[in-house]
Write a new protein. Sequence first.
Length: 277
Amino acid sequence: MDFAADEQSPAPFLVCVCSAAEALGDAVGSSGVGYLADNRCLAKAIRSLGAHFTVVNAENSADGNGILPQSAEELFDAGADILTGGNHTFRRREIYHMLDDCENLLRPANLPAAAQGHGWTVYDAAGIRILVMNLLGTVFMEPLSCPFEAVEKMLAENAGEYCISFLDIHAEATSEKLALAYYFDGRISAVCGTHTHVQTSDARVLPGGTGYITDLGMTGAVNSVLGIDPEQSIGKFMGDPPRRYESAKGPVKLEGCIFEIDPQNGRCLRAESVRLT
């Protein structure tokens, strides 16, 4: 859906997006997920920001990495409407059935067709239909099918079925995320990068009306290496034998982005990064 010419909208629609990073309680493993759920941090953030719809990247919501049914349910209970995935989505076999059965739990759309689950969904948020898409980048990552072609296919298959569109591009290379966003500028309401766990300072609205941020960051321990215990990360670089990642402890942060979108034409009016501790 190409954005229409500017129109006056009676009520902008707010989309809150955050990234659940490595094992950290409730979102980044146990620390991150616990921070969002047990402390009601996500619910409080949704209320304070006035968000109508919330997406959380949950690919590392289980301790170690991956997604478990329990961590997914905790994030839904905390206030997430849609959970997206990434290259760690399939690390835990326990999640396979839920990927098939739960419409609001996504995995990247450009995985092989035989993979469990689905890469997009249309969510009804109080009468506003939102197309949510999930992709993996291919630069410095797995050699999957072209993400540009995958988005074109999802937009075509859902033409006329949504008012707002959102894309989580889980990718390593900044250039790939930016190129994808500019290619679809004016055709997708908001494009968010995930994967690096480091929030970027470039939240903005592109010339054609697409909201963008290169990376949302993570919800996890402040004093950590991308959510992981620093000593374990140092040991890995110093030659320690491989072992499952352990979440760092201590104070936790929530990082993400808020997008203000006109539901009449799908155009993003404002993009602002969020960081709460």
